[in-house]
Design a protein. Structure first.
Length: 239
């Protein structure tokens, strides 16, 4: 094969690779056709997120993807109702938190699938005030720490809800290395978060799988500590 033919074949191969990369890049960055009629500022978005922080009844079970592949992990579920949060992993209780009286119960596994419980006060925990029951949004709200640009992208229907999409990226980095939040327009709850890295070619996608107003009193019932070996660790004044 002559040199011209070799260069021609190489050129065709490189062109195919280039086109494939462009198509791939467009696909992982495409978030649908967005309605941009009702733009929101960063301050308005933060108020909406703060509203979501206070939402009183919902369930979520985050599921992660890298690119188009699901990450097979243990299923973690959260039940939230009336300022009580129960966290379950593969049907095993992990924690039960009552924000009304600052009590938290953690369940720990011992050898031979035996479990014990610790009970303590939330006063001894550093709670993140910029999160929705463990789902952080401080890269939007805390400009001083994260130095993020902000862009309102528009509205779209997502899992039967109207969501707004906002994008943030570090002012010292590239816009393509960004994070996108899907936020429920009515409640302010975060529905989905997408993080792009590696010059925008790597996509990490977390769908929060939020279900609204389905949690019952039975779902958040306080665990019976008699079922566990218990170590009471209340750190209250005078005890």
């Amino acid at each position: 094969m002559g040199k011209k033919k070799i260069f021609k074949v190489l050129g065709i191969i490189l062109s195919i690779i280039l086109v494939a990369l462009i198509v791939y890049f467009i696909m992982i960055h495409f978030n649908g056709f967005l309605n941009k009629d009702n733009s929101m500022t960063r301050e308005e978005t933060i108020k909406l997120l703060e509203k979501g922080k206070e939402y009183s009844n919902y369930y979520y079970a985050p599921k992660d993807k890298i690119l188009f592949l699901n990450i097979e992990e243990n299923k973690t579920e959260y039940y939230i109702k009336d300022n009580i949060v129960k966290c379950v992993n593969n049907d095993q209780l992990l924690s039960w938190t009552d924000y009304n009286n600052n009590e938290i119960i953690n369940i720990w596994e011992k050898d031979n699938n035996k479990y014990y419980a610790t009970v303590s006060s939330l006063e001894n925990y550093n709670e993140n005030n910029e999160s929705q029951r463990g789902f952080d949004y401080s890269i939007i709200s805390n400009e001083e720490v994260f130095n993020m640009n902000f862009e309102y992208m528009g509205e779209k229907a997502y899992e039967g809800r109207t969501t707004i999409l906002v994008k943030v990226w570090n002012q010292d980095s590239l816009k393509i290395n960004s994070t996108i939040f899907y936020i429920d327009k009515e409640t302010g709850l975060i529905m989905r978060r997408i993080d792009y890295t590696a010059l925008g070619f790597l996509k990490m996608d977390c769908n929060r799988n939020v279900k609204f107003d389905i949690v019952t009193d039975n779902d958040i019932q306080k665990p019976n500590l008699e079922e566990y070996d218990s170590d009471f660790l209340f750190h209250e004044e005078g005890k």
